[in-house]
Design a protein around this ligand. Structure first.
Ligand code: EPZ
Length: 426
């Protein structure tokens, strides 16, 4: 199994282009199921997760044209040959569950495996299912599968989410595009990926207003057409490299960065003593830290526009080398501190108490062999490795390949000493 070797202690200097957003891409790809015309995506990130979803779509009958290594992909769901998403595929990647709504809306029925829990928490899908029921779907849960039917089509509904869920908001929005009548979604998530999905659906002929706010209105249409769409750039990838530059020191400019989507992080980095030049018009974010100390800063994860849970592990890695004590509170997922004991292997001083982690900054980290359980946790270890003295070896890097396109290339382009080692190199 591949591992990543990082020799830390070198500042990062250079430019890093930001790729298309994984979490937007996965829902956009599901949207292609809603039409019998081709949908072409540009800036599609080449990741294990997006490639994996394209395989699932193929098993449903979608024609996929996506040459290896390219960032343009065309999906054509002219004919659906199956409406079943099996356990094996949904288990491997939770976002596969998002095919349920589009299949139900387009074909009137679908059988999709329940995703089950994962490393960061139980992650139920009850809000998704309640939304489909409110739209008139008949749902049964049998042998770990959701069997959904709406023989006469879905109907518009008024749905008030009891708390904010990104996935449930997107899933309900996808399904409502083809429902009869108006759907009003309230207390919706406001993550930028939701507006990106809405923009694509609107270009396909959907009638949606309010995406990106707490109330979304969707007037169902009979059919949707094909379109071309540029996937928004990845705010989590951009935030990750911003923190890598802050931790290792140096001067890095992120190109094509979704600057406005990163306001919470930019504020915290500045509070921590990092110089950040954010240029929303040029879509660049310049991160500089040359020898100055980092200041411990507290953080609390929140739904957008608050600080994203997907950047919490990376921020923790940064705080391990700050002056003072920082309190990191995780409000979104109940078990998202698995990186803390691994960071401690590099010499970090972290105490986890329930939903809070108390990070006492140390004067320096020392490289060690570590392992991670999820995507963002893995990359937090890469950040810590870049700041540490000596060699850090990150195991199980398939997690990184799920969500970071050309990670080694982007980091080595800025002078980092990062190398992928296969078993044959051992
Ligand atoms: C999305 O997950 C992202 N995944 C996550 O990124 C991200 O961390 C999360 O949103 C929050 O921003 C994708 O977009 C593919 P939620 P999602 O529904 O939609 C609970 C990454 O690393 N909940 O907003 O699953 C849930 O358990 C991933 O890229 C229910 O209880 O997140 C969680 O505690 C990890 N019932 C909270 O709500 C439901 O029906 C928020 O989850 C749905 C959610």
């Amino acid at each position: 199994m591949d591992r990543l070797s990082i020799i830390g202690g070198t500042p990062l200097n250079g430019r890093i282009p930001i790729s298309g957003a994984k979490n937007s891409a996965l829902k956009l790809m599901a949207a292609a199921l809603l039409t019998d015309e081709p949908v072409t995506f540009h800036r599609m990130p080449n990741l294990a997760d997006t490639r994996f979803l394209s395989e699932l779509l193929q098993t449903l009958g979608v024609e996929v044209y996506w040459p290896k290594g390219e960032n343009t992909c065309r999906l054509n769901a002219a004919e659906l040959t199956s409406t079943i998403a099996p356990y094996e595929q949904v288990r491997k990647m939770r976002a596969s569950f998002n095919v349920l709504g589009p299949l139900l809306a387009r074909a009137g029925h679908a059988t999709v495996s329940l995703p089950g829990g994962c490393a960061i928490g139980a992650r139920p899908v009850d809000l998704h299912l309640k939304a489909f029921e409110a739209m008139g779907a008949d749902l049964k849960i049998e042998e770990g599968y959701v069997k959904a039917a709406a023989i006469h089509g879905l109907k518009g509904a008024q749905i008030v989410f009891p708390f904010v869920s990104v996935g449930a908001t997107e899933h309900a929005m996808l399904a409502a595009t083809l429902a009869k009548g108006e759907t009003v979604l309230e207390n919706t998530a406001q993550e930028p990926e939701i507006a990106d999905l809405a923009d694509c659906l609107i270009a396909m002929g959907a009638k949606i207003s309010g995406a990106g706010t707490a109330t979304i209105r969707i007037e169902g249409v009979e059919t949707l057409s094909g379109t071309e769409h540029n996937v928004m750039t990845d705010r989590i990838e951009a935030g990750t490299y911003a923190m890598a530059a802050a931790a290792a020191g140096g001067d890095v400019t992120l190109e094509d960065a979704p600057v406005e989507a990163l306001t919470a992080l930019v504020g915290l980095l500045r509070q921590s003593g990092v110089t950040v030049d954010a240029d929303a018009e040029a879509h660049t974010l310049r991160i500089q830290r040359n020898g100055s100390a980092l200041k411990a800063t507290d953080v609390d994860t929140q739904p957008h526009p608050g600080f994203p849970t997907d950047l919490q592990a990376q921020f923790m890695a940064l705080m391990t080398v700050a002056d003072g004590t920082s309190i990191i509170r995780e409000n979104i997922f109940e078990n998202r501190f698995m990186h803390a004991p691994e960071l401690s292997r590099l010499g970090a001083d972290i105490q986890v108490r329930g939903r809070e982690a108390v990070v006492k900054g140390v004067s320096g980290l020392k490289g060690a062999e570590v392992m991670a359980t999820d995507l963002r946790a893995s990359v937090s270890l890469v950040i810590a490795g870049l700041a540490a003295e000596g060699e850090t070896v990150v195991n199980r890097i398939y997690h990184l390949d799920r969500g970071f396109e050309r990670l080694e290339e982007k980091l080595t382009g800025c002078g980092a000493n990062v190398r992928r080692r296969g078993e044959e190199d051992e």
